[in-house]
Design a protein around this ligand. Structure first.
Ligand code: 9MR
Length: 544
């Protein structure tokens, strides 16, 4: 079951699984507040084999049970984890996920009243980070303070920053309630933006990241790739990582993502801070100018840069250039952007999108052209059709999966939980274009999947549900003694990209079980800002 629970309305599906086949059986839902009294009873069909876990599974839907309360499912004498049926059952999780960005802030002391997390400000070096690559005409050190640490390590990277900010701003635009009124920042945490008292906390938090992105832009508009040390820090706290920090790399795909995210920011921050919005737009256009002058895909992989940080490399950049132009078009209404889209990127407007991720922003570009309120774009209709077509494919897969999960076999990779939620995000966007219960329920299914209705039988979000990751690869949680809640870990990864996981995978463990709750397994049990981004998006659609 989903270990948090289900909203009162809509389907509520439970999955029973076993190593052995089983026949038709009775499922009961029992009331935890009334001596386990059965309040619902139904029949589960005989088990079938689930493709990605190799288990025998059967599903039942107790959707008719709508009374708020605390329950367990009982089948064959076994009890499930407890769960709620409740309006607002995900609200606290949305709060935790929002606040998870605050506790990832780099270069700032943290004093969190809720968890007791106390951190000294780390990486003072970022104020004078060294440029690894001697760039003619550019300074040799750069002030790149601010922003969020990317993940369990202390790097800061443009692709994940931009794709995270993009999805969070999109959530704010599309599902403003209740996140626009949720307060989760202290006065001190807001102080870097004097006008922020009137702005929603979530925009203040996102601005912390955007400000760092602006610091990463060169005078000519191009944007650096990342900030990190030369070696991955051992398991220490941020303030203990005193190695030199470097600015590495430069790419056209990162510059395009920067262009798109700042163009969105210009739209969203307008009502709260006109000057800031104008500055974001100026920087966005500056980056676009660089892109126009440099039409070839470019990714500079500075020597030695991957010894202390992740590559986040992509040699092509068309999806990101498309996204950049689409957001500039949506923000400014200038048909010049639309013309370029029509001439050069109509294929991307037309092709059914994959999920949003740091390596693919196509869907965000399609979404922007599909919803731009300006002069009707020539690719408007094709973009809508493409999104809806992709959504129908996802719904079909969910219907065939034993756990109502959307992943294809190759989606069980590094960050598979993020992939599942990104499919949910796509379905919710499709639902805005062509309302369909199947899309909404399919998105909820992805949330249920990461919150416990999966082959591991665990919630993949720290501190949430009954059984969740106890040993996430997250230096702050490991070394501070405080387990930060609300962090989505990568999840099952059949490619086993770390030593511990590789050993497990070599034993022939199926994709959906290729997961280890241990700090050593960074390719299945690490948290990252871009994993929480689609979780944030989906939660904003189902909160109250
Ligand atoms: O989440 C990233 C995943 O999509 C990539 O396949 C993988 C390998 O490049 O890197 C993941 O990101 C990690 C990054 O490289 C370093 N910081 C931690 C990130 C999460 O594990």
């Amino acid at each position: 079951v989903d270990q948090l629970g289900y909203l009162p309305e809509g389907p509520k599906i439970v999955v029973v699984s076993s190593d052995e086949s089983f026949g038709e059986m009775t499922l009961q839902i029992v009331d935890k507040n009334n001596n386990d009294k059965p309040v619902w009873e139904g029949t589960m069909p005989a088990a079938t084999i689930d493709t990605y876990s190799g288990e025998w599974v059967s599903q039942a839907d107790f959707g008719k049970l709508q009374a708020e309360g605390s329950y367990e499912a009982v089948a064959g004498g076994n009890h499930s984890d407890p769960f709620f049926i409740k309006l607002g059952v995900y609200d606290d999780l949305l709060y935790k996920v929002s606040r998870s960005y605050t506790t990832q802030r780099a270069n700032q002391a943290i004093d969190d009243p809720v968890t007791g997390l106390k951190l000294l400000a780390g990486h003072k070096q970022d104020e004078q980070a060294k440029l690894f690559f001697e760039d003619k005409g550019q300074p040799s050190v750069l002030d790149v303070r601010g922003g969020w640490y990317d993940a369990g390590d202390f790097g800061k990277y443009m692709p994940t920053a931009a794709i995270t900010v993009g999805q969070m701003l999109l959530a704010f635009e599309e599902n403003p309630a209740p996140i626009s009124v949720t307060r989760f920042l202290s006065e001190e945490e807001k102080a870097f933006w004097p006008t922020s008292s009137s702005a929603p906390d979530i925009l203040t938090e996102i601005k912390y990241e955007l400000d760092w992105m602006l610091r990463m832009q060169r005078g000519d508009g191009a944007v650096y790739h990342k900030v990190s040390g030369m070696a991955f820090p051992s398991f220490i706290l941020p303030a203990e990582d005193i190695q030199d920090r470097y600015v590495y790399g430069m790419s056209s795909f990162g510059t395009a993502m920067f262009t798109a995210a700042t163009a969105m920011g210009a739209r969203v921050y307008e009502p709260y801070d006109k000057d800031y919005a104008a500055e974001l737009l100026r920087r966005s256009k500056l980056a676009q100018t660089w892109l126009d002058r440099n039409p070839k895909a470019y990714f500079r992989n500075d020597e030695g840069q991957n010894s202390g940080s992740g590559p986040y490399d992509k040699s092509s950049d068309r999806e990101e250039r498309f996204w950049a132009l689409a957001e500039l078009y949506k923000t400014t209404g200038d048909s010049a952007y639309e013309e370029v889209i029509g001439k050069k990127y109509s294929d991307l407007a037309e092709k059914p999108p994959g999920i949003v991720g740091w390596g693919n922003a196509q869907l965000l570009g399609q979404w922007a052209v599909a919803t731009a309120a300006n002069s009707p774009s020539t690719v408007h209709d094709t973009a809508i059709n493409a999104i809806v077509q992709a959504a129908d494919g996802i719904v079909n897969r969910i219907g065939e999966d034993g756990y109502r999960n959307s992943l294809t076999t190759n989606d069980y990779n590094w960050g598979s939980n993020k992939n599942a939620l990104a499919y949910g995000e796509l379905l919710l966007l499709a639902n805005k274009l062509k309302p369909s219960e199947a899309y909404v329920n399919g998105a909820l299914d992805q949330l249920h999947y990461v919150l416990g209705r999966n082959a591991m039988g665990m919630s993949y979000v720290t501190g949430v549900g009954s059984r969740y990751p106890l040993k996430p690869h997250h230096r702050i949680s490991m070394m501070s003694g405080v387990k930060v809640p609300g962090l989505l870990v990568g999840g099952p990864n059949k490619f086993g990209n770390d030593e511990a996981l590789a050993q497990l995978v070599q034993q022939g463990v199926p994709p959906a079980l290729s997961y280890i709750d241990d700090v050593s397994s960074y390719s299945s049990n690490e948290y990252a800002i871009d994993y929480n981004a689609p979780l944030f998006f989906v939660l904003t659609a189902f909160s109250h």
